[in-house]
Design a protein around this ligand. Sequence first.
Ligand SMILES: Cc1cc2nc3c(=O)[nH]c(=O)nc-3n(C[C@H](O)[C@H](O)[C@H](O)COP(=O)(O)OP(=O)(O)OC[C@H]3O[C@@H](n4cnc5c(N)ncnc54)[C@H](O)[C@@H]3O)c2cc1C
Ligand SMILES: *[C@@H]1O[C@H](CO)[C@@H](O)[C@H](O)[C@H]1NC(C)=O
Ligand SMILES: *[C@@H]1O[C@H](CO)[C@@H](O)[C@H](O)[C@H]1NC(C)=O
Ligand SMILES: *[C@@H]1O[C@H](CO)[C@@H](O)[C@H](O)[C@H]1NC(C)=O
Ligand SMILES: *[C@@H]1O[C@H](CO)[C@@H](O)[C@H](O)[C@H]1NC(C)=O
Ligand SMILES: *[C@@H]1O[C@H](CO)[C@@H](O)[C@H](O)[C@H]1NC(C)=O
Length: 531
Amino acid sequence: MKSPKFSMLFTLVFAAFFSFSWATLPHQNFLQCLSLHSHDSSSISKLIFTRTNSSYESVLDSTLWNLRFTTTNTPKPLVIVTPTQISHIQATIHCSKKHGLQTRTRSGGHDYEGLSSVAKVPFVIIDLSKFRSVDVDVENRVAWVQSGATLGEIYYRIAEKSSTLAFPAAVFHTIGIGGHISGGGFGLLLRKYGTAGDNVVDAQFIDVNGRVLNRKSMGEDLFWAIRGGGGGSFGIVLAWKLSLVPIPANVTVCSVTRIRELNAAELVNRWQYIAHTLPDEVYSTVLLTPVNSTQPGTRTVLAIFNSLFLGTVNEFLPLMEQRFPELGLTRQNCSEMSYIQAIMVNNGMPNQPLEILLNGTSRVPIVSPSYKVKSDYVKKPIPLTGLNGFFSQLTDEAAAMTTIILVPYGGIMDRIPENATPFPHRAGNLYKIFYDVGWQATDNINTQKYLDWARKAYTYMTPFVSKSPREAYINFRDLDIGTNNIGYTSYAQASVWGYKYFKGNFKKLALVKTMIDPENFFKHEQSIPLL
Ligand SMILES: Cc1cc2nc3c(=O)[nH]c(=O)nc-3n(C[C@H](O)[C@H](O)[C@H](O)COP(=O)(O)OP(=O)(O)OC[C@H]3O[C@@H](n4cnc5c(N)ncnc54)[C@H](O)[C@@H]3O)c2cc1C
Ligand SMILES: *[C@@H]1O[C@H](CO)[C@@H](O)[C@H](O)[C@H]1NC(C)=O
Ligand SMILES: *[C@@H]1O[C@H](CO)[C@@H](O)[C@H](O)[C@H]1NC(C)=O
Ligand SMILES: *[C@@H]1O[C@H](CO)[C@@H](O)[C@H](O)[C@H]1NC(C)=O
Ligand SMILES: *[C@@H]1O[C@H](CO)[C@@H](O)[C@H](O)[C@H]1NC(C)=O
Ligand SMILES: *[C@@H]1O[C@H](CO)[C@@H](O)[C@H](O)[C@H]1NC(C)=O
C-alpha cells in the first residue's frame, strides 16, 4: 500500500491538474461551436455529455467492453456526443477540428486496446450507438445496416426474415458492425465466404470535410480501404450495404473435448494438417484453455474441438470419419440447428431466448472482463514438442483465464487475392492463433502480470509462426507490435506494425489516407499514417 501522505500528495496534484484543465481546455468553445453549427441546437444538447452530466460515466462505460480501460486513471473524453443525425456528426467533426480536439469514433466499443474510448490527448467520442438501423431486403439478398448496429441485431433481423440467409462475421453478438468491417471481420463462415469486408457492396461515409459519400462518389480506392484497413483512419462510415450469403436452413454443430493427459496435444498436431484442407463447408476450430486437473492444486489444458458444417449430420460424420478419424466424432457430439441457434451455442448461451441478441449490453458469458490479446499466423505445422511446450506455458498461474483459439484457414481464403481488400492474410496460412489473456476487473491492479504473460507466450511462439513480417490481425489490435506502445511519428515507424497487419497493402492504405485526410485529423496510436 502507498503511504497516506503519498496518496494525499497524489490527490492534490491530480486535483490541480483537473482544475487547470477545466479552466483552460477548449471544450467550452467546442460546445459553443457545436450548438452554433447544429440546425437544432436544443436537440443536440440532449446528445452531449461532459463530466458535469450525471450520466457521463454510464454513457462512457456503456460499450467500453474491455474493463482494463475503466480504471480511474484511464484518460477520459472531454465530451461524448451521441449523434442521431448526420448534421450532428458534421458539426462534431467541424468543431473538433476548429478547437484542436481529437475525435474517436465508437460503434460497438470492442477495440481490444480501447482506442475508441481512450486517448492520451484531449478528445471527443463520437458514439454511434444511436445510428443502428438494420434493413434487410431478402429478395435482393442485401441489408443496409448503420455502423452502431451490433452483430446480434443484424443476425436477429436477418433470421427473422430468412432462415437461409446469413452475413459472414464474428459470433460475439455485442460487437459493433462499424469497427468489425473496418478491420476485416471473420467468424464461422470464413472458409466458405471470406471476411465480412469481402461481403460489403456499398457504404455511406463521411469525410473530414463533412462530405457524405457513397461507393460511387468516394471511388474504388477509398471503398477498398474502409473494408479492412482498420477503423479510425479515413473518416466515419455511417452505414454499410451487406451482401447476404445462402446457408442451409439447418447446419450441424459438433463439439469434442480432449484433456492434455489423453493426448490433446497429439490431436491438435493432427488438426494442423487437416483443418485447412477440409471442404469449404466445414469450419473446424480448436479452443485451448487451462483447467484444474484431478490432482488438487495443479492445472492441465483442455482442448475443445468445435465444428460447424453447412449440411446435415448424416453427411458430416462419414466425411470426418474419413478425413479426421483421430477426432472420434460421433452422432452424440453433434446437433442440427438453425444458423442463428449455432451462433447462440458458440456464444455459450444455447438456452437463452434469441432476443438476447438484441441486448447490446448483455456480456457473453465466455468472455473475461479484462483482457489483452495477440494474434499470429501459422504457415507450417508446429512440431509436437512446440505444442507441448506451449501447453505447459498455459498452466502458468497468470494464464488461468486465458483462451487460445485456432482459426482454420484454407477454403475461399486460399482463392481471394491478398490485395482484394486491405486484409492480406489469405493463401498459405494453415490457421490463425488468437491469444486472449483474461482476468477479473477486480484484478486490474495486477494488469502488468497478465501483459507479461501474454508477451512471454508470444515470444515462446516466435520460431513457429509467420516471419518477416510476423503477421497480425488488425481487429485483434495489439499496441505491443509497433516500435513502442504510444504511437508513431513517421511513416517508417508506422510501417513496423503496418506490414504486420497489412503486408503489401500498407502503402496503398497510406496513399488513400493522404488523399482523403491530408491533415491527418482522424488518428490514433495505430491509424494509417500519411505517406
Ligand atoms: C469479445 C470479443 C470477441 C471478438 N471476436 C472476434 C471474432 O470472432 N472475429 C473478429 O474478426 N473479430 C473479433 N473481435 C474483434 C472485433 O472485430 C474488433 O474489436 C472490432 O473492431 C470491433 O468493432 P466495434 O465497432 O465493436 O469496436 P469500436 O471499438 O467501436 O471500433 C474499433 C475501431 O474502429 C474505429 N471505428 C469504430 N466505428 C467506426 C466507424 N463507423 N467508422 C470508422 N471507424 C470506426 C474505432 O475508432 C476503433 O479504432 C472480438 C472482439 C471482442 C471484444
Ligand atoms: C449535460 O449538461 C449540460 C449543461 O448542464 C446540458 O446543457 C446538457 O443538456 C446535458 N446533457 C444531457 C444529455 O442531459
Ligand atoms: C462425444 O460422444 C461420446 C460418445 O460417443 C461421448 O463419450 C463424449 O462425452 C462426447 N463428447 C462431448 C464433448 O460431448
Ligand atoms: C481451481 O482450483 C483453484 C485452487 O487451486 C480454485 O480456487 C478454483 O476455484 C478452481 N476452479 C474451478 C473452476 O474449479
Ligand atoms: C432442423 O433441425 C431441427 C432439430 O433437429 C428439426 O427439428 C427441424 O425439423 C430441422 N429443420 C429443417 C428445415 O430441416
Ligand atoms: C440487457 O442485459 C443487461 C445485462 O445482462 C441487463 O441488465 C438488462 O436488463 C438487459 N436489457 C434488456 C432490455 O433486456
